[in-house]
Write a protein that binds this ligand. Structure first.
Ligand code: SF4
Length: 438
């Protein structure tokens, strides 16, 4: 990635501020940190624009499939910045299925959906496989699939005519055509260009991938996703690591594309998907995936693609737990999601309805937030004011035991008696029973 000064040299240097930055140098710094894109400056000369676009593009190209971006990655290790676009998981469906069977299959894929710590985990795509070998059947089944599945679609076929017919039938959905190799590449590029959609290359290995992507680039086609042909865990790890290293460290463009692999089904498939999720896979296609396999895999993905520099937070808000009324206790804590879910679970265990006020502490836990001056009586009182909780209930206000020292000040500001709560969340049920006499 060029430095800020190298970007600055290509900018107009008029400091007109139209990009939202006070100076061209400030904008150049954002470009070099990949926090802005060149299109925000309307005054760049067209020749410089091309150079700047090329220089500021992520080393792994971003490729859109349906409404989901694949790739766009900029680093080798997530702690260097963060990984950008989470691995997508697809499950296959055959074009030989009857309408009822296809609906049943799609319903099953859609059922792989879990609400976990306030986030929705789900399968992302359906991969329609051209088992019929017939272009017309493939196209009509693709259209049928598009009618009952609103997310991403992969069209798996080695037949350019079937690829073009199916992709054109669902053109607006921007499916991924998957199945181009050395033998059919030119025709597959033609099909992808005609339908305006990306192309998945089935490569024998990294060297073959370089040869194929260079042919695509020569044909002016770069919306590619690469299957590096790995057939086991070791090859998946090695090949995908080699490709990402070459793209990020050496800015080697022929391997700077999102990576995908087909893993089949069963334990080994899940293990391969785990490796692919950890090491640079953007799309994993399963023949099948059970619910008990999907949840831990989706959880892993969430962990890998969480921004390590930003604590996971919940929204500042008033959360009624149980069915609290005008006499229910009012508790409050920080918006660090782990704190919120732990406290919430312990309140639920008590079976006593509570108004739980979450205070925005920028994702810090109770003591850290207090030490950093982000969990102070004034801030808590503001949160109470915003939610109106004090007018919803005349019940006791319970302060977390770890910040007892701010109870006097809080009591003074809100004009209500404050009861000292527990240091440890697990003692909440016992404490609530003693406070309410239940
Ligand atoms: S819009 Fe362009 S010319 Fe104006 S300040 Fe930003 S970078 Fe400089």
């Amino acid at each position: 990635m060029p430095t800020a000064i190298e970007f600055f040299k290509l900018l107009p240097k008029t400091n007109c501020k139209e990009c939202g930055q006070p100076t061209c140098l400030a904008f150049a710094m954002l470009l070099s940190n990949q926090k802005a894109t060149i299109d925000l400056c309307p005054h760049v000369a067209s020749d410089a624009k091309e150079t700047l676009e090329e220089a500021s593009a992520p080393p792994v190209r971003t490729v859109k499939v349906g409404d989901k971006d694949l790739g766009g990655e900029t680093v080798l290790y997530r702690h260097e910045r963060r990984f950008v676009n989470p691995t997508a998981y697809a499950l296959t469906a055959s074009d030989t299925l009857s309408s009822d069977a296809l609906k049943e299959r799609v319903d099953y894929i859609a059922s792989l959906r879990y609400d976990r710590v306030g986030m929705m985990f789900e399968a992302d795509m359906v991969c329609l496989r051209n088992n019929s070998g017939d272009a017309g059947t493939f196209a009509s089944k693709a259209a049928e699939l598009a009618g009952i599945w609103s997310k991403g679609i992969v069209l798996e076929t080695r037949d350019p005519a079937a690829a073009e017919a199916a992709a054109t039938a669902i053109k607006g959905r921007r499916p991924l055509i998957y199945g181009a190799d050395a033998s059919n590449l030119d025709a597959m590029i033609g099909a992808a260009k005609a339908a305006g959609c990306p192309l998945g290359l089935v490569c024998a290995d990294e060297k073959d991938a370089v040869a194929l992507t260079e042919r695509c680039a020569a044909a002016g086609f770069k919306d590619l996703v690469l299957d590096l042909g790995a057939s086991n865990l070791k090859e998946t790890l090695e090949r995908q690591t080699v490709a990402r290293r070459a793209a990020v460290r050496s800015r080697f463009k022929p391997l700077g594309y999102p990576l995908m692999n087909r893993v089949g089904s069963g334990e080994y498939a899940v293990a391969t998907a785990v490796v692919s999720t950890l090491k640079y896979g953007s799309l994993v296609v399963f023949d099948d995936l059970k619910s008990y396999e999907a949840l831990p895999l989706f959880t892993l993905r969430q962990n890998i693609y969480t921004d390590p520099q930003v604590p996971i937070q919940v929204k500042q808000d008033l959360y009624p737990i149980g069915d609290p009324d005008e006499h229910s206790p009012i508790m409050f804590t920080t918006n660090f999601s782990l704190t919120y879910f732990t406290v919430r679970a312990d309140i639920e265990k008590s079976k006593i309805p509570v108004w739980l006020q979450i205070v925005n502490t920028e994702g810090l836990s109770v003591l850290t937030a207090y030490s950093a001056g982000k969990f102070e009586p004034e801030r808590v009182a503001e949160a109470f004011e915003e939610s109106g909780v004090l007018s919803k209930s005349d019940g006791p206000v319970i302060i977390p035991g770890l910040v007892t020292r701010m109870s006097g000040k809080l009591q003074e500001i809100i004009g209500r008696k404050v009861i000292v709560g527990t240091n440890d969340s697990r003692d909440i049920p016992k404490h609530l029973r003693s406070v309410t006499g239940q």
